[in-house]
Design a binder for this molecule. Structure first.
Ligand SMILES: [Zn+2]
Length: 130
């Protein structure tokens, strides 16, 4: 995933700082887990994940935690929710970089939706796939 610290290893960038908060280097761990505006999205998940209480040595440990270490026989809605969170964070980050549209937590939360039969998750993603 081309976050600035990874792209910066290949080409010269003006800055490797986070494009959203400009306070720390932009890493996958920061963008998806610890950026203050993404933490509430995980807390709003059906599992109410508190990123401030969780430590991962590498970004790759987090999807593994979600898929393998967070209980066997996970509810498929949880897996779908987690996938939607990743997708919407990535999309919102890119829209911020390329279109200069702010990362708005509540707007992103609304795009993710709630896991219920009457409210499809990630509705914007599903629509874009049609
Ligand atoms: Zn940041």
């Amino acid at each position: 995933m081309p976050v600035r610290t990874i792209v910066g290893q290949k080409i010269d960038l003006e800055s490797q700082m986070c494009s959203l908060c400009n306070s720390v280097p932009e890493t996958k761990l920061h963008l998806f887990l610890y950026y203050p505006q993404t933490q509430p999205l995980w807390f709003m998940s059906p599992e109410s994940l508190r990123m401030s209480n969780m430590t991962f040595n590498s970004y790759d440990d987090f999807p593994k935690f979600l898929l393998y270490n967070h209980g066997s026989g996970r509810n498929q809605d949880f897996v779908l929710y987690d996938s939607c969170v990743f997708y919407q964070i990535w999309k919102a980050s890119n829209v911020n970089i390329f279109d200069n549209i702010p990362f708005e937590l509540m707007k992103i939360s609304k795009l993710i939706g709630k896991p219920s039969p009457s409210s499809p998750l990630c509705s914007s993603h599903q629509r874009s796939m049609i």
